[in-house]
Write a protein that binds this ligand. Structure first.
Ligand code: PMP
Ligand code: GLN
Length: 387
């Protein structure tokens, strides 16, 4: 018998829920609160810098690890906000979005048979890239409505095959933020078991209610075992530019760079100097990201609650999660299938981000990185669920 064409490593990963839901939104003319992307363009200063870079000839392959101005700007950003001092020439790597940094980290750091402890619900590319590396995920579930870190479950998920802990804070899709004590707990485990930590911090400038982002790499004993990933997409509302980066000790970054050079080789030449300018913007710019989005979170929360939803805690990111059962649906997938027809709104069923589906079956995710009038209109449309 002919064997399947597609590698078993990609089994179950043929389409992403985000693309599916965005297509559904376009097809039905619905408001798209599914895929997390802003409906405004990023800062004019950054966009103009990219245009200028194109006109100035930044159109051929840039250096593989990244253009020097962006490598320096990422290092300076880590110093300015967190007191970390990565060496731009060996401890920073520019990637094609955080997505590539995640993939290159899994491919560059894992052996087949290794286990990765990952917070569940997890961003979909974690599961896919762990599988591509021939490794196995060990999910640890954050449970609604508070999505607290289950410390004992985390400790017992570690086995003698565990190679790394994959963190994400602020956390997509729950909006949870790991606090200082959680991070210390994870750090102690990583040190005790001599594990690597890969931490996805793409929402680092999107924490609410006065919370401050703490990279786990800043904790004592952690720099030397941590790869920190972030990206320009969220911070500058330029998700289509696909400029990301990772920082960490030279040997970890070198492993990721080895994989990166055969995935994309290099990343977008004219976008890199433009993002370097963005990263040098004053602190007030970065603070305004969180204050704007906190207001939007509250606006969408009010709309969802008015429509009858029980809405879960959210301390960061672009996303609110809500309980489908509160509006008469047993599961989130059923609700998300009906929502475009019933209300003209698209959301994402969270069950796709779980192995232990029973914890996420009833949850749906709504993105609030949208214009105020779009959020209000979505709230009005959803209110028909309550009638
Ligand atoms: N990690 C998380 C948690 C995300 O939500 C996203 C997507 N928005 C990414 C990584 C991918 O980021 P990028 O668009 O920079 O590839
Ligand atoms: N990160 C975005 C989200 O969670 C979308 C990214 C994607 O489409 N892969 O909605």
């Amino acid at each position: 018998m002919r064997r399947p064409l597609m590698s078993s490593r990609l089994e179950g990963f043929t389409s992403t829920i985000f693309a599916e839901m965005s297509a559904l939104a376009v097809q039905t003319g619905s408001i798209n609160l599914g895929q997390g992307f802003p409906d405004v363009d990023g800062p004019a200063l950054v966009r103009d810098a990219a245009k200028a870079a194109i006109d100035a000839g930044a159109n051929q392959y840039p250096p593989g690890p990244g253009v020097p101005s962006l490598l320096a700007a990422v290092a300076e950003h880590q110093t300015r906000f967190y007191g970390l001092e990565p060496d731009p020439s060996t401890e920073v790597l520019i990637t094609t979005g955080a997505t590539e940094a995640i993939a290159a980290a899994m491919l560059g750091l894992l052996e087949p048979g290794d286990e990765v402890v990952v917070l569940e619900p997890y961003y979909d590319s974690y599961a896919a890239t762990i599988s591509m590396a021939g490794a196995t995920r060990r999910p640890v579930t954050l449970q609604a409505p508070h999505f607290a870190l289950p410390r004992e479950q985390l400790a017992t998920a570690i086995t003698d095959r565990t190679r790394l802990i994959l963190l994400n804070t602020p956390h997509n899709p729950t909006g949870a933020v790991l606090g200082a004590e959680d991070l210390r707990y994870v750090a102690d485990l990583a040190i005790a078991h001599d594990l690597l930590v890969v931490t996805d911090e793409v929402y680092e400038h999107m924490l609410y209610d006065g919370l401050a982002h703490v990279p786990i790499a800043t904790l004592p004993g952690m720099w030397e075992r941590t790869l920190t990933i972030s990206s320009a997409g969220k911070t500058f509302a330029l998700t289509g530019w696909k400029i990301g980066w990772c920082t960490g000790p030279a040997d970890l970054v070198a492993a990721v760079r080895a994989a990166k050079q055969f995935l994309t080789y290099v990343s977008g030449a004219p976008f890199q100097p433009a993002i370097a300018e963005g990263l040098a913007m004053p602190r007030s710019f970065f603070e305004s990201i969180a204050s704007d989005l906190q207001r939007k979170r509250d606006r969408l929360r009010a709309g969802l609650e008015n429509a009858g939803f029980a809405v879960n805690e959210c301390r960061g990111t672009y996303f609110l999660s809500a309980d489908a059962r509160s509006v008469g649906y047993e599961d989130g997938l059923g609700l998300c299938r009906d929502l475009p027809e019933r209300c003209g709104v698209v959301a994402v069923p969270m069950s796709v981000f779980y192995d232990n589906v029973e914890y996420g079956q009833h949850l749906v995710r709504f993105a609030f990185c949208k214009k105020d009038d779009v959020l209000d209109e979505a709230g009005e449309r959803l209110a028909s669920l309550a009638r």
